[in-house]
Design a protein around this ligand. Structure first.
Ligand code: NZQ
Ligand code: ZN
Length: 383
């Protein structure tokens, strides 16, 4: 195991009815800006619960944060904050609203030339407005992590800073019952890939991290398909929600090598073609597992045995089956595993590579072995 330091300071309130805790979480003297998306929270009763909990406080709202949140929209929120003097942000929604709130929190306090530099030039975030989150879509882990991904035209860029980690996160699985199946599935796939990118590298004898990762994968494999048959089962929703939070709260990735190549490639597919984040990943991961099977051999065999119970046959056969079962899992849920399923062909591969080059993303992979040609060969397997 490699050395590490770890802290996750977000206070979590988990379970049905926990939105009522909101008034306890927010400091009395703050002027709160409620941030949300396209209005799902007005249809499923979450908005009323939040408004009730905010009663008697100074608060305002900013809506319209899109899926894959747009820089220009977020900067309008920054303007509102500066004009009206808000000093606490409350994000209510999925990963896009949480990520958007994090960028707004940093941009509102940014003293440099242009807040876009936070995303493109790694400008340090010295200060940010405090924020909390009520999560309505389990997927990204954004509710307790330090990451934010923002879009501007075809650019999808991210930043990470401990200054924007939410102070609290309220996770009520009942809020996820209103999710369309499509988005519920996206959450399972995204969480699964988050675990895989911190797990499927090379062994460093990190037993706790490995078994924790395998436990999360097994939970997602067990619970994910139930969304197709019993979407109203609150226990299924609860297990998926907690798994998704754990998948990217930082704990899994301590002391182990990580490989975020699938995400980096996927982000370009989303930026260029608007493919949902999770659906970009379900197409890339199986191809990457196949292409990187030598470098990831030991962990692939461990994954095959412990997650898919594959103990018979040659090593090659077990690896092949583990890759096929992973792709089948995504496909059974309704997520694409080939670029052709989202009407993309070889031209998309060139465009993705061009964008990765422009964003100086190469080399990718836990050992830095994936350059442009390797990614091209890898993506051909996803056609
Ligand atoms: O905007 P509203 O009306 O709220 O509708 C949303 C949106 O249309 C809807 N929705 C959310 N909760 C709902 C609901 N509809 C009905 N009932 C509910 N309870 O779902 C749609 C998609 O929401 P979005 O927030 O975009 O989805 P997700 O949570 O998957 O977030 C995706 C974004 O997170 C980024 C992605 O790149 C993408 O921009 N990521 C953030 C990460 C992080 N911060 O660590 C890591 C991830 O890998 C990812 O990159
Ligand atoms: Zn993701």
């Amino acid at each position: 195991m490699m050395k590490f330091s770890y802290s996750n300071t977000t206070q979590i309130f988990f379970g049905e009815g926990q939105i009522a805790q909101l008034s306890r979480c927010l400091p009395e003297d703050k002027k709160v800006l409620l941030l949300y998306g396209g209005g799902s929270i007005k249809k499923n009763g979450v908005y009323e619960q939040v408004a009730q909990a905010l009663e008697g406080r100074q608060w305002g709202e900013f809506s319209g944060i899109e899926p894959n949140p747009q820089y220009d929209t977020l900067m309008r929120a920054v303007e509102k904050i500066k004009q009206e003097g808000f000093d606490y942000l409350l994000a209510v929604g999925g990963g896009s609203v949480a990520d958007g709130a994090k960028f707004i929190a940093a941009a509102a306090c940014f003293t440099g030339e242009d807040p876009w530099q936070i995303l493109t030039q790694g400008a340090t975030v010295h200060q940010a407005l405090p924020l909390g989150c009520i999560l309505t879509l389990p997927a990204t882990g954004s509710e307790t992590n330090t990451n934010s991904v923002v879009n501007r035209g075809h650019e999808k860029r991210g930043f990470s800073s401990s200054k924007v980690r939410p102070e609290f996160a309220i996770l009520d699985p009942a809020t996820t019952l209103s999710l369309p199946l499509h988005y519920s599935i996206n959450g399972v796939v995204d969480a699964y890939v988050h675990v895989m990118e911190q797990y499927l590298t090379y062994p460093v004898n990190a037993k706790v991290q490995d078994r924790f990762a395998e436990g999360l994968l097994l939970t997602l494999i067990e619970e994910g398909p139930k969304l197709l048959t019993t979407p109203d089962d609150l226990e299924v929703r609860a297990n998926i929600m907690w798994a998704a939070t754990q998948a990217l709260n930082g704990l899994l990735g301590v002391g182990v090598p990580q490989d975020w190549a699938t995400h980096m490639i996927g982000h370009e597919l989303t930026g260029l073609y608007g493919v949902d984040h999770a659906r970009s990943l379900s197409m890339v991961l199986p191809a990457l597992m196949d292409y990187c099977r030598q470098d990831k051999r030991a962990k692939l065999l461990q994954y095959a045995e412990r997650v898919w119970q594959l103990r018979e046959g040659s090593e090659e056969e077990r690896i092949q089956s583990a890759i096929r079962l992973t792709a089948d899992f995504f496909h059974r849920l309704g997520a694409p595993i080939h670029l052709s399923e989202v009407d993309l062909g070889a031209e998309a591969i060139d465009a993705v590579i061009e964008q990765l080059e422009a964003h100086q993303m190469f080399p990718l992979g836990e050992q830095g072995k994936l350059g442009a040609e390797e990614v091209r060969a890898l993506l051909k397997r996803a056609l």
